[in-house]
Design a binder for this molecule. Structure first.
Ligand code: S3P
Length: 171
């Protein structure tokens, strides 16, 4: 059964997911990287070419494929922060047993987004929106993450290793 991580950009889904998969000795899929490899384009290029709605469609297709392929398999999947924007994705996630919503404050997530290993260009929504608009997005999405997830983890006080341990204990 897959373990799925959700949460806003910059909360550390990819880092936690990689550590968690390592600790459990199971495969790890980061959906953004998976989509880039599948499409042969960066997320920014996909947004440029087919817009956010086109990207959301691909995201839904990939989530469907991953869940069908891995229905009974042990795997860790880190989703993109906006996956919960799509009602069909929320429904698919809500049917899973182990979906963890990682939550930090907007400010901390924002700092990570802007200092992170990936350049700003990798996150087209950050380039297209002001900090205030991103904060509004963060607030608007909270109930959507809650709807799609079984567990909410406050990661303000825990580093990625500790968060992975908490998930193992809860799962
Ligand atoms: C998005 C988050 C990104 C990526 C895309 C859109 C969003 O993933 O899927 O840029 O709408 O929040 P990360 O959460 O991995 O940055």
């Amino acid at each position: 059964m897959p373990i799925i991580l959700t949460g806003f950009m910059g909360v550390g889904k990819t880092t936690v997911g990689r550590i968690l998969a390592n600790k459990l000795g199971v495969p790890f899929v980061d959906m953004d990287y998976y989509i880039e490899a599948r499409q042969g384009q960066t997320i920014a290029e996909i947004f440029d070419q087919i817009g956010e709605s086109g990207f959301r469609l691909i995201e839904f297709q990939v989530l469907t494929e991953l869940l069908e392929a891995d229905e009974n398999a042990s795997i860790v999947i880190s989703t993109g922060g906006g996956i919960i924007e799509t009602a069909e994705c929320r429904q698919l996630l809500a049917q899973q047993d182990q979906v963890f919503y990682l939550q930090d404050t907007f400010e901390t997530s924002w700092q990570r987004i802007n200092r992170g290993g990936r350049t700003q260009n990798d996150r087209p929504l950050v380039n297209a929106n002001s900090k205030k608009q991103m904060a509004a997005k963060y607030e608007r999405r909270i109930p959507l993450y809650e709807e799609a997830s079984n567990y909410r983890l406050d990661v303000r006080q825990t580093d990625a290793h500790e968060t992975a341990e908490v998930i193992i204990k809860m799962g």
